[in-house]
Design a protein around this ligand. Structure first.
Ligand SMILES: Nc1ncnc2c1ncn2[C@@H]1O[C@H](COP(=O)(O)OP(=O)(O)O)[C@@H](O)[C@H]1O
Ligand SMILES: [Mg+2]
Length: 288
């Protein structure tokens, strides 16, 4: 669906503070995938995803949507932003309408959607993030909890019916329960509705739980792109990039170091539990 070809991006080019935020990045996001992008602060994650919907234009290189160069003159940029929905970091700073419904309606209304269709979209989008439209629709977005505000912002993008949803640190600054809720809704958007999702995250636990494929960034470059399991199988390399392991993977690897033969590549709590039980059973058989 999206293809970046040798994309380089330089902020404030030609000034003393010039920064190369992306250097020769090539990658593809295929329709129906759920992909995680990880990397230390400043590694270029946010800059990269702003290229996917044409918000930033590569200094060098090209970005294609379905094989069409998104910066070609004939491409309708507004339609592009409708198709490739991008949720910024701390999106609640961009809520501004008097009611939740009006905020969620803002995007589709700008696209010319009105009447019953607009109503249907707003209600549907709120339901998909677990907010009852009758209860939350008439309220002020500023009277909501942080997690609820974040979900309203996601609903605002869903109401535009995008083909791809890009979320830049969607759980940053939230409490554990709100984090879990948002991740569950994201997973459902993918599993039940087949939405293509790109999840930028600091949290190894979050990407391990949701994403089969991970793209790892370091100082503007893609340094790994592959199965989450193989990325987390090399903890020394991740540590060198300033990244850790999901807690459950770390736990399995520590138990292994202490002699319990636990699989070291578990990604979710469920897998970790099964692997530990299995290792304990193996050891008990060996002892008897
Ligand atoms: N608006 C900007 N102006 C100048 N430099 C920027 C701007 N935004 C980001 N950068 C720089 O570009 C690099 C990549 O930043 P960013 O894409 O935000 O990384 P990440 O999202 O991984 O933290 C960093 O060195 C950052 O300081
Ligand atoms: Mg960022």
């Amino acid at each position: 669906m999206i293809r970046c070809e040798s994309v380089t991006y330089v902020y404030q080019r030609g000034t003393p503070v010039e920064t190369t935020a992306l250097a020769d990045v090539s990658l593809e996001i295929r329709s129906g995938e759920i992909v995680g992008i990880i990397g230390a602060t400043g590694s270029g994650k946010s800059t990269l995803v702003q290229h996917f919907n044409g918000l930033l234009r590569p200094t060098r290189g090209r970005v294609y949507l379905d094989d069409v160069d998104i910066h070609a003159r004939e491409v309708d940029r507004r339609r592009l932003r409708q198709q490739i929905g991008l949720l910024f970091q701390y999106p609640e700073h961009q809520l501004f309408e008097e009611t939740v419904s009006a905020d969620v309606a803002f995007g589709p209304r700008n696209l010319g959607v009105a009447g019953q269709e607009l109503d249907r979209r707003v209600r549907g989008a709120l339901e998909r993030v677990g907010l009852d439209p009758d209860r939350f629709g008439p309220r002020s977005p500023f009277a909501l909890s942080n997690g609820e505000m974040r979900r309203v912002a996601i609903a605002g993008i869903l109401a535009m019916e995008p083909r791809m949803l890009i979320l830049d640190e969607p759980t940053a600054g939230l409490d554990p329960l709100s984090r879990q809720e948002i991740l569950d809704h994201i997973r459902r958007l993918h599993d039940e509705r087949g939405l293509t999702i790109v999840l930028v995250s600091h949290s190894m636990d979050a990407v391990a739980r949701l994403c089969r494929r991970l793209i790892v960034m370091d100082r503007g470059r893609v340094v790994a792109d592959g199965a989450a399991r193989s990325v987390f199988a090399d903890p020394a390399r991740l540590a060198a990039l300033g990244l850790g392991l999901p807690q459950v993977t770390l736990c399995a690897q520590r138990l292994r170091e202490r002699g319990l033969p636990v699989r070291p590549d578990v990604l979710t709590v469920e897998e970790g539990r099964a692997a530990i039980l299995e290792a304990v059973a193996v050891r008990a058989r060996g002892a008897s």
